[in-house]
Design a protein around this ligand. Sequence first.
Ligand code: ADP
Length: 411
Amino acid sequence: MPAILTRTVGSPLRQLTRSSTIGACGHPPRRTDDSAGEWEISTTESLTTIDRADASQPAIASERHAIESALRESEERFRAVWEATTEAMALSDPDGTVIAVNPAYCALYGLTPEQAVGQSFAIIFPEEARAAAVEQYHAVFADPDPPPSYESLVQHADGSERFVEARADFHVRDGQRVAMISAIRDITERKRAERMQQDFIAMASHDLLTPVTVLRARAQLLQRRQTYDEASVASILEQASRMERLITDLRELVRLEGGRLRLRREPVDLVEIVHEALTRARTQGTEHTLHLEAPRVSIVGSWDRDRLGQVLDNLIGNAIKYSPAGGEIAIRVEATDAEGLVGIEDHGIGIASDVLPRLFERFYQGQDPGVSTGLGLGLYIARMLVEAHGGRIWAESEPGLGSTFVISLPR
Ligand code: ADP
């Protein structure tokens, strides 16, 4: 709170407002001096006090006027800050009844001043949390050394939940705390980002540890037997590739989200890069039948060859991963004058309709973690790469019958 707003008239005010009363909504509380925790509440009463005390003494009439106008000016400036600040502020009495709120407070909770003032501050909490909030309020009020800030989960009038961080300060009169002023910030976004980061670290470390566990077990087996064991070596190589994939996805994520993705556009034939992706998939020894339907003519656009190859590898890899061995996967390439299209159709487990919109979100993994071996980043990265080309990616599916993923790329 800018002490400078009250410093000009600080000391006369302190003398003249001993009978200050708590103002209504819209009367911002006023700090009496620079010391933390001391607040003054209303000016109306103090001016009356000046009148009574000094009206009969013309010698100080002009000083009174000066004080009044300084007071008014200070009040106006302070009111402007109270109303314009983006920090939500509320003043409440020792019982927790709200005395004044500023517009940022009303915006944060979706309340009008009339709905907030005169009510318990606890109406901003979900019903089941109100009793505990009142208890905490009293504890903070009584604590000679309250915590500098505390976090709470509160509720907007529309029912949505928000995380807020509140700092409490007190208006003290005659050594007694008579009101609490709370400055509140919405930290919902910060909390969400923190939670996502924690979830991500937990998930990434778990997923990276799984191949390490297999690697160690296989290496120990080889060490014990002291002989070459084809199965163990194959498993070690497979797990090493899996770790490589996970780490590549993580690096790609950092690059994409750091805005460091630069497409290297050049004339690229879509049919050719689909052929290349199919060859890569076949050389990995899949038992699936990969079937291509493409025009004999080339479909050329200005695209990034490697990035599109990466998207195709991911979609074909998923079609293989999420459909039974031996199944058929059809890859269709088509074009219009304006765009090139690739569809990848499998006859695998399919995707439930409520899940379809979430597939391309960061870290989304299907319900069956046993099947997924990634971090839920593959489709997210594919979407980012396709969108960087100005294109679109989507999926259609019949649960139990299979899925089709389509990318469309403006040429
Ligand atoms: P991951 O790398 O973990 O497999 P993706 O982003 O590539 O993550 O895929 C996210 C989720 O989408 C997968 O966990 C899976 O549930 C679902 N999915 C992706 N492709 C298919 C598919 N062809 N058939 C069924 N489900 C799929």
